[in-house]
Design a binder for this molecule. Structure first.
Ligand code: ADP
Ligand code: MG
Length: 561
C-alpha cells in the first residue's frame, strides 16, 4: 500500500511518523525521534548540515547556521547562511529533504506523500510557503493540518469522534513558542474555537535563564566571567538544556564541565548542582503567563473548564512537572500524560495520513500506571498536630506511561535524626489513610543537620514491581528495596487507561449529577461502568460489545432522569 507519512515541522524540532498496523509510530532519524530544525552550511565543502550536528554548530558558527526558520515562513525575506542567500521555504526544504532521505534509509523504502502540520494561527501565505518547502524537498504534500488538530487525533480517533460532541484543550509549550487552542470535535469536524499564545516563549527562554544563573554563580564563586567566551557558552548551553531535562524527572541535576575555559594558565572547572525549586523559581514568571493565556483561550471559546473532555499536553517543555501541576491547578483538570508530548503532533499527522490512505486506526493503547504512587510525608498543617503525618506525597502520578523512573526530595525534621521510615502508598487521596498501603522500610541515617535531603526514587515496571531507592544525599548512604504493587493477582497495571468516550461520559455524569447514593439508575450506571472497564482491561472482545450496549443504555437512562 502507498503510505502517507506525517511530519511535524517544528520551530525547534521536527519529526516523522507513520501509521503502521493500526498504530502511529515515529520513524527515528539517525537514531533519534527528533530532528533539531537547524540548518548549517559547511564553508569548506559547501554542504548543508541538518539536525543534531547543525544544532551543535549554531553557537560556534552562528553566521553559517539558521535556527527557528519557521518564524519567517511566508515572509518575503532572504536569510543569509555564510555567503549564500535563501528564502525561508528553501531553508525549510533542507530540513524536509533531510527527513525524507534519512527516513527512507530507516524504513528502507520511499517517502513521497506527506501530511505536514502548522500552527493554528498560520495564515494562507505561511501555509502555502510550507507546501512549497515540501515540494522543493521532492515531497507531495497531500494536506496541511493544524498542530492542535493533529494532537487531538492521537487521543480521539474518528471512531471516538463519531460518538458525540466534545471539547479538547491543547496546551503546547515547545522550544520557542507557546500555543493554546480549544477544539470542538463533532463527527468528522474538528474546529479550532480559539487559539492564543506567545510566539516568543518556550524552552529556549528556560535554557537562557538557567545559563545566566550558572554564569552568575561562576562569577560569584570563582571570580571568572565567562559571558564572552563563545566556546564555554557553547558547552554550557548544551549542559544547561540537559540539566533542565533531567530536572523533569529528578529533584537535582549536576552540571559537570571540567576545563570549561582557561584563565591565567589555569583551567576553570565547573561542578555545580541545581535543584528543581531553584530552576522552577527561575521560570515561574514565564509559565504563569501561559496559564493566563489558557484562561483567555477558554473565555474566547466560551467554554468553562468543567465542560472540557480532555486536556492534551504538547511540546517538549510540557514535560516540566511545574507546568503540569500549574496547569492542573489553574483549570482544575488533569491533563493526559499517555503520549509523549514532543511526538504527539507528528503521530497525529501520521494518523491523518493513514486515514487519507484508507487505513484503519486503532485507539492508542499504552501501558500506564492505574493509580498514583507515593510516600507518607509531612505536608498538611494538621500533620504537625498529630504524632504521625498523613500527607500523601505523590512521586509517580496516575496515568504515567510505564516503565518509569521518578524521584523527589524529602527532608529530615530534626538534627541528627536517627532514621526515616519510608512508607509507600497507592491511591488518589491526598491522605495516606485513605490510600492503599503497599509496604514500608526503615533507613538509618548518618548524623546530619535538620532539613537534610533524602532523595526517594521510584522505578515502576510492567510487572507491577516497584523498586524504591532512598538516598541520604551527600552521605553515601542508600537503601534499595523492591516491593510488589499487585494485590491478589489483580493487574494493577491496566492494559490501557486511555478512557474511551463512554467511560468518560459515564464518569462525568456520575460526578455531575446530584442524586442519592442508592438511586437505581445511578447504581445501574456504576455497575455497567465497572463491568465495561473490567472487560476492556481483560481484553475479551465478545463481552465488550454487550457491555458497551449496557453502558450506553445506563448512560441514556440517567441522562433522561
Ligand atoms: P517545537 O515545537 O518548538 O519544535 P519541541 O516540542 O520539540 O519544540 O520542544 C523543544 C523544547 O522542549 C526544547 O526547549 C527542549 O529543551 C524542551 N524539552 C524537551 N524535553 C524536555 C523535558 N523532558 N523537560 C523539559 N524540557 C524539555
Ligand atoms: Mg511543536
Amino acid at each position: 500500500m502507498h503510505k502517507i507519512f506525517g511530519i511535524d515541522l517544528g520551530t525547534t524540532n521536527s519529526s516523522l511518523a507513520v501509521l503502521s498496523e493500526g498504530k502511529p509510530r515515529v520513524i527515528p532519524i539517525e537514531d533519534s525521534n527528533l530532528v533539531p530544525s537547524v540548518v548549517s552550511l559547511d564553508p569548506n565543502t559547501g554542504e548543508f548540515i541538518v539536525g543534531q550536528r547543525a544544532k551543535r554548530r549554531s553557537i560556534l558558527f552562528p553566521d553559517y547556521t539558521v535556527k527557528s526558520i519557521k518564524r519567517l515562513m511566508g515572509k518575503d525575506v532572504r536569510v543569509h547562511i555564510g555567503d549564500q542567500e535563501m528564502s525561508p521555504e528553501e531553508v525549510s526544504s533542507k530540513i524536509l529533504y533531510y527527513i525524507k532521505t534519512q527516513g527512507e534509509k530507516a524504513i528502507n523504502g520511499p517517502i513521497d506523500r506527506v501530511v505536514i502540520t502548522v500552527p493554528a494561527y498560520f495564515n494562507d501565505a505561511q501555509r502555502r510557503a510550507t507546501i512549497r518547502a515540501g515540494e522543493m524537498a521532492g515531497l507531495d504534500v497531500v494536506r496541511i493540518i493544524n498542530e492542535p488538530t493533529a494532537a487531538s487525533l492521537v487521543y480521539e480517533g474518528p471512531a471516538e469522534a463519531a460518538s458525540g460532541r466534545h471539547h479538547v484543550l491543547i496546551y503546547d509549550l515547545g522550544g520557542g513558542t507557546f500555543d493554546v487552542s480549544v477544539l470542538r470535535i463533532q463527527g468528522e469536524l474538528r474546529e479550532v474555537l480559539s487559539s492564543r499564545g506567545n510566539t516568543q516563549l518556550g524552552g529556549d527562554d528556560f535554557d537562557r535563564k538557567l545559563l545566566d544563573y550558572v554564569l552568575d554563580q561562576v562569577k560569584i564563586k570563582q571570580g571568572v566571567d565567562l559571558s564572552d567566551d563563545k566556546r564555554a557558552i557553547a558547552r554550557l548551553s548544551e549542559a544547561v538544556e540537559q540539566a533542565k531535562i533531567a530536572l523533569s524527572t529528578r529533584p537535582f541535576a549536576r552540571i559537570l564541565e571540567p576545563g570549561l575555559a582557561e584563565r591565567e594558565g589555569r583551567p576553570v572547572n565547573l561542578d555545580m548542582e541545581i535543584s528543581r525549586p531553584t530552576f522552577e523559581s527561575l521560570i515561574e514568571e514565564f509559565i504563569d503567563t501561559t496559564f493566563y493565556e489558557v484562561k483567555h483561550a477558554l473565555e474566547e471559546a466560551s467554554i468553562e473548564p468543567e465542560d472540557l473532555d480532555r486536556v492534551i499536553l504538547v511540546g517538549g517543555s510540557s514535560h516540566i512537572p511545574a507546568v503540569i501541576e500549574g496547569l492542573k491547578m489553574s483549570i482544575n483538570f488533569s491533563p493526559e500524560l499517555a503520549v509523549d508530548p514532543e511526538l504527539c503532533v507528528a503521530l497525529g499527522a501520521a494518523v491523518q495520513g493513514g486515514i487519507m490512505a484508507g487505513e484503519i486506526f486503532d485507539q492508542i493503547l499504552v501501558d500506564v500506571t492505574a493509580h498514583s504512587l507515593g510516600i507518607r510525608a509531612f505536608g498538611k498543617e494538621d500533620d504537625y498536630l498529630s504524632d504521625r503525618p498523613d500527607t500523601f506525597a505523590v512521586i509517580i502520578p496516575r496515568n504515567t506511561p510505564i516503565p518509569v523512573t521518578r524521584a523527589d526530595v524529602f527532608y529530615t525534621i530534626v538534627e541528627n535524626q536517627k532514621k526515616v521510615l519510608i512508607e509507600v502508598f497507592q491511591g488518589e487521596s491526598d491522605r495516606c489513610r485513605q490510600n492503599r498501603s503497599i509496604d514500608s522500610f526503615e533507613m538509618s541515617l548518618h548524623p546530619s543537620p535538620a532539613h537534610s535531603d533524602i532523595v526517594v526514587e521510584f522505578s515502576y515496571d510492567l510487572d507491577g514491581i516497584i523498586h524504591v531507592v532512598a538516598d541520604q544525599k551527600g552521605y553515601n548512604n542508600r537503601r534499595e528495596v523492591t516491593m510488589s504493587v499487585r494485590e491478589r493477582g489483580t493487574g494493577d497495571v491496566q492494559a490501557s487507561t486511555m478512557e474511551d468516550y463512554l467511560q468518560r461520559k459515564a464518569k462525568k455524569l456520575l460526578k455531575g449529577k446530584d442524586m442519592p447514593e442508592d438511586d437505581p439508575a445511578r447504581r445501574h450506571l456504576i455497575e455497567a461502568l465497572d463491568a465495561y472497564t473490567e472487560a476492556k482491561a481483560s481484553g475479551s472482545q465478545e463481552d465488550l460489545e454487550t457491555l458497551e450496549e449496557d453502558l450506553l443504555d445506563a448512560i441514556e437512562a440517567l441522562e433522561e432522569d
